[in-house]
Every structure is written in structure tokens, then in C-alpha cells.
Design a protein around this ligand. Structure first.
Ligand code: ZN
Ligand code: ZN
Length: 334
């Protein structure tokens, strides 16, 4: 029989309705297009710097540079620049527009692309420990650089990997949107958190560290499939230490994050056959009661009419089963 599960601390629900899938390979989806050699005319490749907007930050051998109209930095490790088709623009508008009581304001904000390697076809799971740790530091740096801008309330930092996960360019990258409002899901969390005496995420840490949903842990982080999982093989990474955003993270914490993130991506690759996936940071720079977390979701199922209609999810693989496959893989997979 299926089960309706409630979120850890919100009034949100998912339905765990397992189908008769017996082997991990039954969950495998068509491998994404990441390995494809389509570097021809790729805007994100090293050497194509002239074809993008001027970089806002270029990371090279541990130092930060920026492009000038006269000279673009070459031979970089990570390169950040405004999105070619930005959803928001960095000009602070003042005019509120009203149409018959409807409300709109100018689309102020920042939309940046973080290119994570100059080489086409590289994958995060193949990064060395120091490379992935350097990338986590870039994430921290970019978050901090936007969190303090005028009228910015939320930093959305995420990766779309593979076409089915929303990536339009098949070259390793993430995106950052700095928004002038706090998104409703985060508002809902904050409201609930403020009513609870202890941080619910600290409680979740203790619960999941000892649960059948634990996949892996290191000195600083745990990786687990959440009790309330919105889709098959959803994984949350949660730090033991209560920090509210990437800006609070020490180098040590970021090194350990890179380590566990890489392990989960490798395991996704082996168990699910390189699925398209998204990962998203959940963080609030000005709410110390919030507890930073990173959520990964392979795009195995599609959010369709039911999900759009109800804001609830049907998940056909229980988190306990998903965790057992990923955990087994990490024990035997290397
Ligand atoms: Zn490329
Ligand atoms: Zn906490």
C-alpha cells in the first residue's frame, strides 16, 4: 500500500507509491548528453572568451581576476559572467507599474553563469579533491559577492545538468540568480522554523545520521535520501555544524562538501547511468536560524498535472530503497 508522508516540519506531503522495480537498472534513465562531443562553437569553452559578456570574476591558480574591455583573462580555472539572456537586470528601477490593481516592478537582480572548467565534456565527479574544493570556494565567493548588494533578498545557486534537467549548453556550469524577494518555499520554511525551539535541520541531522536513509557521511556532512522525498533518488547534503549560508562555511567545511558531493554524483552515474540532474543550494544569508543544505534530484520522473495541481509529489522509489542502492554502490563501487 502506498504511504502519504508529511515533510519534516512543513505541512507538505509526498506519496510514496512504489512500482515493481527490482534492480537499480530498472530506475536508470537514458544517459544525458553530457559526454557528447559537441564543443564546436561552444560559448563556454576556454578560448571562446570573446563570445560571452565580460567576466565579472575569473579564478585562476587560486587568484581572482576580472576581464576588461581591452583584455579578457585566458587559461582560467573557473569563469563567471552575466547570463547572455538574463532573466533579471542589475539596474535598480524605481517605477512601480500597476494595471488595474495588478502589481509589477522592474526586473531588478543579477543572473550569472559560473563555467566550471575551460574543457568541454568534463564532469564534476571526475574533478580532483582540490578542484572540487576550489569550486565550492567559488560558490561561496559568488554568493557573498551578491548577498550584500542593494535590495537583494535571496541567492539562488543551482546546477542544471543534461537537457532534461534544463541545461541549454552542454558544458559544465552552474547558475546564480540574486533576487530582490525571498522565494515562498524559503519563507514557509523560515516561518515554521521560527515557531520551533530547536533548529529542525539540526534535529534532521541527528535523525538521518542514524536512519536507514543515510548514504554516506564524513567529518562535516551527511548525505541521505530525505524521509519526505519529492522524487526517486532525491538526496540532501546537510552539514553537522549549524551554518545558514555558504558565507558561513570554513575552507574545511567546503572541502568536505566537495568530497561528499563528488561521491554522490559518482554513485548516481554508476547506479542510474549518468542521469540528468539538478542540484540546488538552500541558504539564507540574513537569517541565522536557517540551516544551509544542498539538494540533488536526478530527473527520473516528470512533475506533471498532479504535482502542478497539488504542490505534492508522487515518488515511485522509496527513499529507503534508493538509499540502500546508493550506499551499497559507495561501499563496492570504487
Ligand atoms: Zn564547451
Ligand atoms: Zn541547524
Amino acid at each position: 500500500m502506498s504511504e502519504i508522508r508529511k515533510h519534516y516540519f512543513l505541512s507538505e506531503y509526498c506519496i510514496i507509491a512504489e512500482e515493481r522495480a527490482e534492480r537499480p537498472s530498472d530506475f536508470a534513465v537514458a544517459a544525458d548528453d553530457r559526454g557528447k562531443n559537441d564543443s564546436h562553437n561552444c560559448l563556454f569553452c576556454g578560448g571562446a572568451e570573446e563570445n560571452t559578456p565580460l567576466a565579472t570574476a575569473v579564478y585562476k591558480n587560486g587568484k581572482t581576476y576580472s576581464d576588461t574591455p581591452e583584455k579578457r583573462v585566458r587559461n582560467w580555472d573557473f569563469r563567471c559572467f552575466p547570463n547572455l539572456y538574463p532573466a533579471l537586470s542589475p539596474v535598480l528601477g524605481s517605477q512601480e507599474q500597476k494595471e488595474n490593481g495588478l502589481q509589477a516592478e522592474p526586473g531588478y537582480g543579477f543572473h550569472e553563469v559560473i563555467v566550471e572548467s575551460p574543457l568541454h565534456g568534463r564532469r564534476l565527479e571526475d574533478f580532483s579533491n582540490s578542484e572540487i574544493s576550489a569550486l565550492m570556494q567559488v560558490y561561496r565567493d559568488r554568493t557573498c559577492s551578491y548577498a550584500t548588494r542593494e535590495n537583494i533578498r535571496y541567492i539562488s545557486l543551482f546546477k542544471n545538468s543534461g537537457k532534461k534537467a534544463g541545461a541549454s549548453i552542454n558544458h559544465l556550469h552552474s547558475q546564480l540568480l540574486a533576487l530582490p524577494f525571498c522565494p515562498p518555499p524559503l519563507e514557509r520554511e523560515l516561518k515554521a522554523i521560527r515557531k520551533i525551539e530547536e533548529c529542525p535541520y539540526c534535529t534532521i541531522f541527528d535523525l538521518e545520521e542514524a536512519s536507514p536513509r543515510l548514504i554516506s557521511k564524513n567529518s562535516e556532512w551527511i548525505a541521505f535520501t530525505p524521509y519526505y522525498s519529492t522524487g526517486p533518488f532525491e538526496v540532501w547534503l546537510l552539514p553537522r555544524k549549524h551554518v545558514s549560508f555558504l558565507g558561513d562555511c570554513s575552507d574545511k567545511l567546503l572541502f568536505a562538501l566537495g568530497d561528499i558531493l563528488k561521491a554522490i554524483l559518482k554513485s548516481y552515474g554508476r547506479v542510474l547511468g549518468n542521469p540528468p540532474f539538478n542540484y540546488m543550494f538552500y541558504q539564507l544569508s540574513e537569517s541565522p536560524e536557517y540551516h544551509l543544505n544542498l539538494r540533488l534530484l536526478p530527473r527520473i520522473s516528470i512533475n506533471a498535472g498532479f504535482e502542478l495541481n497539488t504542490g505534492s509529489y508522487i515518488n515511485t522509489v522509496s527513499p529507503e530503497r534508493a538509499a540502500s542502492y546508493l550506499r551499497e554502490d559507495l561501499i563496492h563501487g570504487e
